[in-house]
Design a protein around this ligand. Structure first.
Ligand code: ADE
Ligand code: ZN
Length: 319
C-alpha cells in the first residue's frame, strides 16, 4: 500500500495479541488461566461491546511496568508500518491501569518510549489521547486528567470510551471543560451502540472535534446534516463493528452511504488484536465488500489526514 494513512481510532491495549500476552506473562513470572495463546485466541469471539470489554480489561493484567507498555506499543508500530500507517493518534485507558496500582506516568512513559523509536526508525509520527472510562465515576476521570496533566509526557488529547449505553457524554461535561482549558484536543466514542442523542451531546456538551464510531448518526438526518456542515470526522472501524455485532457484515457497514452523504469518514482498526485485523485488513475488507474505487480509497486517505491533529508542516508532508 502506498497511501500514507493516519490511524485515528486505535486503543493501544487493544493491540495485545495472545502471543504478546503470553510473552509478557512469562517475563513477569505470571500464570495465565489458558494453556497457550491458541486457547486464549479462541475466546476472542464477542456478542456485543461489553463481552469484549470484559476480556480486554482482564488481559491488561500483564501490563505491569513501563517496559510492558513499551513492548506492546512497539509491536503495534511495526505492524502498523507494514499496514501503511504514517501517523497514529492512539488511545490509552489510564484508569484501567491506575486501578491496578500503575501510575499515569508509568503508562505514558512506556508508550512514549516506543513512539519515539517509531518516529526515528519507522518515520511514524504520533500523539497520545487519554480516554475517560465513561462507566467509571466522574471523580475518577478528574483524578486521571489531573495526573496526566501533572506527568512529564505531554498528551495530544482526551477521549471517552468503554461501555456506552447508560453513560451519556454529558455526565463528563466538567472533565472535558478542564481538558479543553488545558489545551487538549477532545474526541469521544458515541453512536457505536448508543443513540444519536449521545453524538449530539458529544458535540454540543463536550465540544468533541471528532466522533469515534458514530455510525448510528445515520438514524438522524438532522445530525448527519450537522456533521457534514461542520465537517466533523467520524472514525469508522468496520471489522470492529462486525466483531461486536454492531453490523452483521462488512457489507452492511454503511461506508458508501456515509461517503455519499458527504460525511468525512476515516477507516481505523479500533482493537486490531481482538477484531481480526489491522488498518490494511480493514481497508481490504471494505474494498472488496463495497467495491470501493481507487478514488474512494484516496478520499478515505485524504480524510484521515484532514481529520488528524498533525501540525500544518506534517500535514503538507503527508498529502
Ligand atoms: N475500548 C476499547 N475499544 C472500545 C470500543 N470499541 N468501544 C468502546 N470502548 C472501547
Ligand atoms: Zn474504540
Amino acid at each position: 500500500m502506498t497511501r500514507p494513512f493516519c490511524e485515528l481510532h486505535l486503543h493501544i491495549e487493544g493491540t495485545l495479541e495472545p502471543a504478546t500476552i503470553f510473552e509478557l506473562a512469562a517475563r513477569q513470572g505470571m500464570s495465565l488461566p489458558y494453556a497457550d495463546p491458541g486457547e486464549l485466541a479462541a475466546r476472542y469471539r464477542f456478542s456485543d461491546l461489553q463481552s469484549f470489554l470484559d476480556l480486554y480489561y482482564e488481559n491488561m493484567a500483564v501490563l505491569r511496568d513501563e517496559d510492558a507498555f513499551t513492548l506492546m506499543t512497539w509491536a503495534y508500530l511495526q505492524r502498523a508500518h507494514r499496514a501503511g500507517v504514517a501517523h497514529v493518534e492512539l488511545f490509552v485507558d489510564p484508569q484501567a491501569h491506575s486501578v491496578r496500582g500503575i501510575s499515569e506516568q508509568t503508562v505514558l512513559r512506556g508508550i512514549q518510549r516506543a513512539l519515539d523509536r517509531g518516529a526515528s526508525e519507522l518515520g511514524i509520527t504520533s500523539g497520545i489521547i487519554v480516554c475517560v472510562l465513561r462507566d467509571q465515576p466522574v471523580a475518577s476521570a478528574h483524578a486521571m486528567l489531573d495526573a496526566v496533566l501533572g506527568a512529564d509526557i505531554p498528551v495530544l488529547g482526551m477521549g471517552m470510551d468503554s461501555a456506552e449505553v447508560g453513560y451519556p457524554p454529558s455526565l463528563f461535561a466538567g472533565v472535558f471543560d478542564e481538558a479543553r482549558a488545558a489545551g487538549l484536543h477532545v474526541v469521544a466514542h458515541a453512536g457505536e451502540e448508543g443513540p444519536p442523542s449521545y453524538v449530539w451531546e458529544a458535540l454540543d456538551v463536550l465540544g468533541a472535534e471528532r466522533i469515534d464510531h458514530g455510525i448510528r448518526s445515520l438514524d438522524d438526518a438532522a445530525l448527519v446534516a450537522r456533521l457534514v456542515r461542520d465537517r466533523i470526522p467520524l472514525t469508522v472501524c468496520p471489522l470492529s463493528n462486525v466483531a461486536l455485532k454492531v453490523s452483521p457484515s462488512v457489507a452492511a457497514v454503511p461506508i458508501r452511504r456515509m461517503l455519499d452523504a458527504g460525511l468525512c469518514i476515516t477507516i481505523n482498526s479500533d482493537d486490531p488484536a481482538y477484531f481480526g485485523g489491522y488498518l490494511d485488513d480493514n481497508l481490504a475488507a471494505i474494498e472488496s465488500a463495497h467495491g470501493l474505487t481507487a478514488a474512494e480509497l484516496d478520499t478515505l486517505c485524504r480524510n484521515s489526514i484532514e481529520a488528524s491533529f498533525v501540525t500544518e508542516e506534517r500535514r503538507i508532508g503527508l498529502f
